[in-house]
Design a protein around this ligand. Structure first.
Ligand code: GLY
Length: 446
């Protein structure tokens, strides 16, 4: 089943079940001015006020929302590229009940969709349930348990505590017990025996797919309160990552092998004259580029240009991460990201209801913005490599000094020059680097 079909099946299913289908909001967080969120990080963002309205206009909602999770609590920035599951940008399939139905119905709907419509084998499905927390005076989620035990083998139900199965909606002070659906994508029969150790651990075999949360509490300064309006089991917030769903349905081991990323990766291969799936380091670069370019595309298209301020800085960071990885591992020295945009436009522009009349204009505009930013970075990078070289020649070589730890930090902080570049320069100039025990590699190395 292809990506678009998977999306349509989700929306049609919830529509038939009486849900109002909303369009995705902008990826820039515009709806909630008084919270700190820069980007929309889940489907609930545009409906958050519905929890507290006396009579929300719609009680059942579903949508597919473009989300970014690289700031705040959900920050996967440094993981992206190194695994097969995490992304800076993802598409969230979400459904909500605002006081009209409970977990019972939400779980049943999820079950029908994944087993009957997406035809995921029941044997591969595991679910986790909140076991309660005495210290925090939170009850066992017996409500979900009672529903699941009628649908699934008891051995496939596991119980976890506050850290795994209690969901907090970032920045909005809402929370509640969460029941999660996980899929075993391996054919390894031994997994069943040690499932407790594998599940919810970012394991490559057991994929966390969907969470169904009963929002019923308010959380402020880590203290959980009951709230008269929502303290019921009829406020439900669910979310499922489209990339993972495609991976499971399309029988792939990595989200990057799905047809969401396939055309992007093909284009990267063509532009950079490389092949995906042959060399581990090159794969990391390809995964970073194919992931980040989606975030870059949506952020700029939704109105934020790369610059030094807040969300502008995030898009700049994404662009620079693509370029420095390409430079380090492929020795790419020229702008190329902008050439990928035409593929992104083809896949996502119509899909996310952007103005079709402005297709060509927007493609032209985005290419221009991106190419300019890329060019700027390369100028900055090569100029600063020269500065560092000069510094080393003038201040160290003549005095027969070695490079020390402080200098490595200084070169990074002042000139944005990574440790791998310093090592390269030193090798060329035949200058030694002092041995040091502790260094914050995350800061100075990519
Ligand atoms: N409960 C929806 C989410 O994961 O954000």
């Amino acid at each position: 089943m292809k990506y678009n079909k998977i999306k349509n099946k989700f929306l049609n299913f919830f529509k038939k079940e009486g849900h109002k289908i909303f369009k995705s909001s902008s990826i820039i967080n515009k709806n909630n001015k008084n919270n700190k969120l820069m980007f929309v990080n889940s489907g609930i963002n545009q409906f958050i006020n519905f929890f507290f309205k006396k009579k929300p206009k719609y009680l059942k909602i579903a949508n597919i929302q473009k989300c970014i999770r690289i700031t705040g609590k959900h920050n996967d920035f440094n993981v992206v590229g190194y695994d097969n599951l995490h992304h800076t940008m993802f598409e969230m399939l979400g459904s909500w009940s605002f006081g009209i139905y409970s977990q019972k119905k939400a779980i049943k709907l999820a079950w029908i969709l994944i087993t009957k419509i997406y035809k995921i084998s029941k044997k591969k499905i595991y679910v986790t349930i909140f076991k309660g927390d005495k210290k925090k005076k939170l009850d066992f989620d017996y409500y979900s348990y009672n529903v699941w035990k009628k649908l699934i083998n008891k051995d496939n139900i596991l119980f976890f505590g506050y850290n795994n199965n209690f969901w907090k909606i970032d920045n909005f002070n809402l929370c509640g017990p969460s029941t999660e659906i996980h899929i075993d994508i391996s054919n390894n029969n031994n997994n069943k025996k040690k499932i407790k150790q594998l599940i919810s651990k970012n394991n490559n075999d057991i994929i966390e797919l969907w969470n169904i949360v009963n929002i019923k509490y308010i959380i402020k300064n880590n203290i959980i309160y009951k709230n008269k309006k929502i303290y019921s089991n009829k406020y439900i917030d669910t979310g499922m990552g489209l990339e993972r769903l495609c991976m499971i349905i399309q029988n792939k081991k990595s989200t990057y092998d799905t047809d969401i990323f396939y055309p992007i990766i093909k284009k990267i291969e063509k532009i950079l004259l490389i092949k995906y799936g042959i060399n581990k380091e090159i794969d990391i670069v390809i995964k970073i580029i194919s992931d980040h370019i989606r975030s870059i595309f949506f952020i700029i298209l939704d109105g934020i240009k790369p610059n030094n301020k807040k969300s502008g800085y995030i898009v700049r960071k994404l662009i620079r991460r693509c370029l420095i990885y390409s430079y380090k591992y492929l020795y790419i020295k020229k702008p190329f990201l902008y050439k990928l945009l035409s593929v992104l436009f083809k896949i996502f522009y119509k899909n996310y209801n952007y103005n079709i009349k402005k297709y060509k204009y927007n493609l032209y505009k985005l290419k221009k913005i991106l190419k300019k930013e890329e060019t700027k970075y390369f100028i900055f990078l090569f100029r600063n490599i020269k500065f560092v070289k000069k510094y080393i020649i003038n201040k160290l070589i003549n005095k027969k000094k070695k490079i020390n730890k402080n200098l490595i930090y200084y070169f990074y902080d002042t000139y944005g020059i990574y440790y791998f570049l310093i090592k390269k320069i030193c090798l060329k100039l035949n200058i030694k680097i002092e041995k040091f025990k502790k260094i914050n590699k995350n800061k100075i190395e990519i």
